[in-house]
Design a protein around this ligand. Structure first.
Ligand code: CA
Ligand code: CA
Length: 304
């Protein structure tokens, strides 16, 4: 069911939202934040013959742009810029139709891989990036690095920067690429900048070759383009909040579902549409755990 709808949206959206999409259609912003420190000119590991990490990253970004360039407003930041620890520079602000510019700018930098890894400074700089200060849609920053922070004197600098960026409206995804990453620090950055666990995002991915890098990018961009319960048409298929109900179950065992209505999830409803409470028929019937109405709190667990 879903696939043909997505294809239609892609064809119709070469330079903006699909013509058939509703007024609340909002393709997301996704800002690639790509490490171009000197270690990116190295292979993924000493035995690899697959080319430099940067070249592999360029190929993966090109493939992601080909797949999603018509349904995401991509942008490009690279770091460091203008000095060993210079904060990243926005080469391409997020917008429709930026794929060719992003590839061109990344190719232009391929022979200029130098400097250290100023993750904190780069994320802080993006807090005031105009193309991400966009309340009409969701915005994401997708950090791709082969190391960890090497410029901030503050150990918590990158994590605080990611949290600040998140508060300013951009969730932060992180990909650690190659064998020299510091997973613990990168996971902390992602957790600080990520969306809630209830939305099932996996914030941090490790990648070691083109295939795993492709998979990480697809996973993150699929998350960024998925329909969510917010009153808007996130995937621009013409319908706002066309999203499956979540299954939920009360502690007493009574099962129900939550519906997306008016941009918010309802409480756990029984089959008649009534909210399941301790006094509701669904709860008093006992359900599978057999608590009946004695001690049934009917606290609701959401199962998705
Ligand atoms: Ca939709
Ligand atoms: Ca929605």
């Amino acid at each position: 069911m879903r696939k043909p709808v997505m294809v239609l949206a892609v064809i119709a959206a070469a330079s903006g939202p699909a013509s058939g999409a509703g007024p609340d259609c909002e393709y997301p912003n996704v800002m690639f934040v790509v490490d171009k420190s000197r270690s990116m000119s190295d292979p993924v590991d000493a035995s690899s013959t697959a080319g430099s990490k940067y070249q592999i990253a360029l190929g993966a970004v090109e493939r992601a742009l080909a797949m999603y360039g018509d349904k995401v407003r991509f942008g490009l930041t690279m770091f460091p810029w203008a000095g060993e620890c210079g904060q990243g520079r926005v080469f391409v602000p997020t917008d429709y139709g930026t794929a060719a510019s992003i590839v061109s700018e990344m190719k232009n930098q391929a022979a200029q891989l130098d400097g250290a890894t100023p993750i904190a400074g780069t994320l802080y700089a993006l807090v005031s990036e105009p193309s991400l200060m966009d309340t009409s849609r969701r915005s994401f920053v997708l950090l791709l690095t082969d190391g960890t922070e090497t410029c901030s004197p503050d150990y918590d600098g990158p994590t605080n920067a990611a949290a600040t960026l998140r508060t300013a409206g951009s969730a932060v995804f992180v990909i650690g690429f190659g064998s020299a990453v510091d997973p613990e620090t990168l996971e902390a950055i992602a957790a600080a900048g990520g969306t809630s666990a209830a939305e099932k995002t996996q914030n941090y991915h490790e990648a070691d070759d083109a295939a795993t890098l492709d998979a990480a990018l697809v996973s993150m961009i699929e998350f960024a383009t998925a329909e969510v319960c917010d009153g808007r048409d996130n995937d621009c298929n013409g319908a706002a909040d066309d999203i499956a109900p979540k299954r939920c179950v009360a502690l007493c065992g009574a099962a129900g579902e939550q519906l997306c209505e008016g941009g918010e999830w309802t409480e756990c409803l029984d089959e008649t549409g009534a909210v399941i409470t301790a006094s509701s028929a669904a709860c008093k019937s006992g359900g599978s755990s057999g608590f009946g109405d004695s001690g049934c709190s009917c606290a609701v667990l959401t199962l998705e």
